[in-house]
Design a protein around this ligand. Structure first.
Ligand code: ATP
Length: 514
């Protein structure tokens, strides 16, 4: 575990050193859980957004996009339930004065039992070799069964406490499980309290009478309140979806996990409107489609899993997360929720406007049901970074750090390098750049040895390095080096567009989805 924490620290440091992610307001010592994206980070982020947007809006005839405002009428948040129920249970350690989410402390404890079981299994697998039968081992190992029983009991107790909103019981679980503060090491806990996560501000001058408004904690409500606008102007027929990418704000209690949990972040959400009664079928559909979208990036299928929710949000009748294996365990990257007709019904009630759909096939009006897919851009970014970060031994006494990013998402697709800064090689390199820059984000690099330049590009995940040398001037060929294999090949410069295009094309990725 300590080793994994080291890896995570290295990833955070790498993000800063190579222009991916900087702490916000750094020269003023930063601002808790707020981050800025640098020159490479923004490229990666934009590519992630493009992958999501096109997969939704371009590949599905019945999904369209919108961009709604961050500020919205305050009654929206009353109607959606966020004013009354968008809370997290918090608990403080009296010695370290550190604040935690009570639910997260307990979930981590559950994960510890899972880890214990995994360890037993790994130990036995090593001992028995090929003859190892995991199912049989789990069914017969006394240790595993003890851990499993404790885990299941804790899980049941926790789920009940969360569903009953029983804050005293949450605290009692923390006491009974002897959960200690990782900073002070003590079990000296305060009571558990609810904490509303919405930021608020004032709109209008006080002289005119100002209004308290909220910074949206999710982009979804902007979609719901535009349901009729889009349905009518787009002549959309159910089932159909509305997609949106935009900022969301949550005053998170704990802000210690880099861009995993931010106070200002970005969401990519799609609300899919369906007939009442068909929602669970569509829920299953979107679960599969979304997992495929993640897996198509080739970061390793074993690094993803579903995790069903123990506590359903006030609006949901089914919910699951897609989790990715981060260095600090499997963590939620995306949520898929069956939100029933809760939101549209609430807006109908609070606004007094009829929000319904006339279904010509059924010849009836109804408030549509909704399946939501909701993914954080920043969490997706972090999962990609964690999956891509690799330290490799190359040759004797030499190592390299390489970001094995999916080529299609890489910030820079190719670096063009003149072997030396003279003899017309820089000019030739610029000429080649001019043939590539309309299609790809390419970089010119002439400083330091070729080896150092390769390492620099490896560190930002550039799939191709192209070297222009004296032979290029004679026969128009260049060497192209591939990031992961480090193999080099001599090819005509006129072929570069095809070679780079084949590896970095969104088209090929999209074909995998359909
Ligand atoms: P968590 O349980 O981790 O707080 P959540 O279940 O509240 O997350 P949702 O409300 O389902 O999250 O939000 C959908 C997605 O938005 C999440 O899967 C995550 O990718 C992203 N997200 C939510 N909160 C944050 C945050 N504070 N920082 C970055 N991304 C976030």
């Amino acid at each position: 575990m300590a080793q994994q924490e080291d890896v995570f620290k290295k990833i955070v440091a790498h993000c800063k050193e190579y222009g991916f992610v900087f702490p916000s307001s750094e020269i003023y010592d930063g601002l808790g859980a707020v981050y800025d994206y640098g020159q490479n980070g923004i490229e990666l982020k934009n590519n992630i957004k493009r992958y999501w947007w096109d997969a939704m809006v371009k590949l599905n005839e019945n999904i369209v996009g919108i961009d709604s405002s961050i500020f919205m009428h305050p009654t929206i948040w009353k109607a959606s339930g966020h004013v009354d129920a968008f809370n997290d249970p918090l608990i403080d350690n009296k010695d370290s004065k550190k604040r935690y989410r009570a639910d997260v402390l307990i979930e981590e404890q559950i994960a510890k039992y899972d880890e214990k079981i995994e360890k037993e299994v790994a130990k036995a697998a090593k001992k028995f070799g090929d003859a190892f039968d995991k199912e049989k081992f789990l069914a017969t190992s006394v240790h595993c069964q003890e851990h499993q029983a404790k885990r299941d009991a804790l899980h049941a107790r926790y789920a009940k406490a969360m569903n009953d909103n029983n804050l005293e019981e949450l605290r009692q679980i923390i006491i009974d499980e002897e959960i200690a503060c990782p900073i002070s090491g003590t079990k000296n806990w305060t009571d558990v309290r609810q904490f509303n996560l919405m930021f608020s501000t004032e709109m209008g001058s006080t002289a005119d009478g100002s209004m308290k408004i909220f910074l949206r904690p999710e982009t979804a409500q902007g979609i719901f309140v535009n349901f009729l606008n889009v349905q009518k102007t787009g002549r959309m027929k159910i089932p159909f979806g509305i997609a949106q990418i935009g900022k969301a704000f949550r005053n998170e209690i704990v802000a210690r996990q880099f861009i995993f949990r931010m106070r200002e972040f970005e969401q990519m959400e799609m609300q899919f409107f369906v007939r009442p009664g068909e929602e669970l079928k569509w829920f299953e559909h979107w679960k599969k489609v979304r997992l495929n979208w993640h897996k198509a990036l080739g970061m390793g299928d074993e690094n993803y899993r579903y995790h069903d929710h123990d506590k359903l949000a006030h609006y949901a009748n089914a919910a699951t997360d897609i989790e990715f294996r981060m260095p600090f365990g499997f963590k939620e990257v995306e949520g898929i929720h069956s939100r029933t007709n809760f939101d549209l019904s609430q807006h109908q009630k609070y606004s007094g406007k009829k929000i319904q759909y006339f279904d010509p096939e059924l010849n009836e009006n109804y408030v549509p049901y909704v399946i939501e897919t909701s993914i954080g851009v920043d969490r997706m970014f972090l999962s990609i970074m964690c999956g891509a970060y690799t330290e490799e031994v190359v040759g004797e006494n030499d190592t390299r750090v390489v970001l094995k990013l999916p080529a299609v998402l890489a910030p820079v697709k190719a670096a063009i390098m003149p072997l030396v800064k003279k003899d017309g090689l820089p000019e030739k390199a610029r000429e080649i750049i001019n043939t590539l820059k309309y299609d790809f984000n390419v970089q010119y690099d002439e400083k330091d040895s070729i080896g150092k330049r390769y390492r620099r590009q490896d560190a930002i995940g550039t799939p191709f390095c192209i070297t222009v040398d004296h032979q290029t001037l004679e026969d128009g060929t260049v060497t192209i080096r591939e990031r992961d294999t480090m193999e080099q090949e001599r090819v005509p410069a006129s072929e570069l567009r095809n070679i780079i295009g084949a590896k970095t094309s969104f088209t090929e990725l999209f074909k995998k989805l359909s």
